[in-house]
Write a protein that binds this ligand. Structure first.
Ligand code: G6P
Length: 372
């Protein structure tokens, strides 16, 4: 009913709007005043976590994209190898697992059969299993050694939005926690990231308050037959997630690429007017990456693409290459997916709704897939 949707046309729009609060809930009680991470609830001992020499992340769909972001964060902060793998592929590959392997299973529902079978396999091989989950008491956390709940609240729309952002936050917390316990980051370095994480709910509120142009752009793109998404570093999983949302909701052929791969094939797809969504890294931090994506934008534009550019506020220089420019608030590079994903959610939602589809119940999809 309309009341359940809190005045929004779709649950998805309501859940998009709830994201600042949802990520605040994920952070609640897990940060100290001094900017440390407190995850006593995670039932793995500090010694267990110090013994970890390899991390595998297993997940499906949108949760897998969260895992891809987590890999960048964990390897950068914790300095241990981290692989991310589609849960449906994991056990058939005979992965190398033992007691010092930490397997992180990410699942909104906690009931996805592919992910469940992956953790059962990991446990048989004596790996330690930590679940990141949104649903209290569900099967995956029950069968894991430990769990970090995202506390994002129930998600009704089939396409995941707030669950994705809260999974990202949970992954950041685990990465920082590992770095803190293993002594690979100084306390003030952890505290600096924590203080930026604390600001993200407000940053998101600002961003959500100015999505009118994105909605208009969505209506304008309703007749697109194909759309491409490019990004680099953590912008790559964001590109994949943007493409997935568009496929799921608008039934438009969409693909996400690592921007650097364009020249190795996908650029052949670009035709006059092909919409290409480009996720641009922050010019601060690792500016080289930003410049490379900007040259990719020029390349696709020279071949006729219509460029939809997601860039950080203050990046004025990118304007000249953008047919449409969407600014997001500044964050450190690794946290940027918390911002850059949001316009892509809204874009997919708006295109689908302009095409007359039921945004909350896309055809052929289920919220939780409990068969392999
Ligand atoms: C299904 C849903 C996706 C979801 C995936 C994983 O395919 O349609 O939206 O990302 O399952 O779900 P989970 O509950 O494990 O996060």
């Amino acid at each position: 009913s309309a009341a359940e949707k809190g005045g929004y046309e779709y649950f998805m729009l309501k859940e998009i709007a709830e994201q600042p609060q949802a990520i605040a809930e994920t952070l609640l009680g897990r940060l100290s005043e001094r900017g440390e991470i407190i995850l006593d609830e995670v039932r793995l001992t500090d010694q267990d976590l110090r013994d970890v020499d390899k991390v595998f992340i297993v997940a499906c769909g949108t949760a897998y994209h969260a895992g891809m972001v987590a890999k960048y964060a964990i390897e950068h902060w914790v300095r241990i190898p981290c692989e991310v793998e589609l849960a449906s592929e994991f056990r058939y590959r005979d992965p190398i697992l033992d007691r010092s392997t930490l397997v992180i299973a990410i699942s909104q529902s906690g009931e996805t059969m592919d992910t469940l079978m992956a953790i059962r396999h990991a446990k048989e091989q004596k790996a330690r299993v930590l679940a990141i989950c949104n649903t209290n008491g569900s099967t995956i956390p029950r069968e894991s050694d430990a769990v970090l709940y995202t506390h994002g609240g129930p998600e009704i729309a089939v396409a995941s939005t707030k669950a994705f952002l809260t999974m990202l936050v949970a992954c950041y917390l685990i990465g920082l926690h590992l770095a803190q316990i293993r002594g690979v980051m100084y306390a003030d370095e952890v505290a600096a990231v924590v203080s930026r994480l604390r600001r993200t709910p407000d940053n998101l509120r600002d961003l959500l308050g100015r999505m009118e142009e994105v909605r208009a752009l969505g209506r304008d793109l309703k007749t697109a037959s194909t759309m491409l998404f490019i990004g680099r570093h953590v912008g790559f999983p964001v590109a994949l997630e943007g493409a997935l949302k568009l496929k799921e909701l608008a039934y438009i052929h969409a693909e996400g690429f690592a921007a650097g791969e364009l020249k190795h094939g996908p650029i052949a797809l670009i035709d006059k007017g092909t919409p290409v969504v480009c996720v641009v890294p922050s010019p601060q931090g690792r500016g080289v990456m930003r410049d490379k994506v900007v040259s990719n934008i020029q390349e696709v534009r020279a071949r006729g693409a219509r460029t939809i550019v997601i860039a950080e506020e203050g990046d004025e220089d990118v304007r000249q290459f953008a047919d449409h420019l969407i600014y997001v608030p500044h964050t450190p590079t690794l946290l940027a997916p918390l911002m850059t994903t949001v316009p892509l959610q809204i874009l997919a939602c708006e295109i689908a709704s302009a095409r007359g589809y039921d945004v909350d119940q896309p055809r052929n999809l289920a919220k939780s897939v409990t068969v392999e």
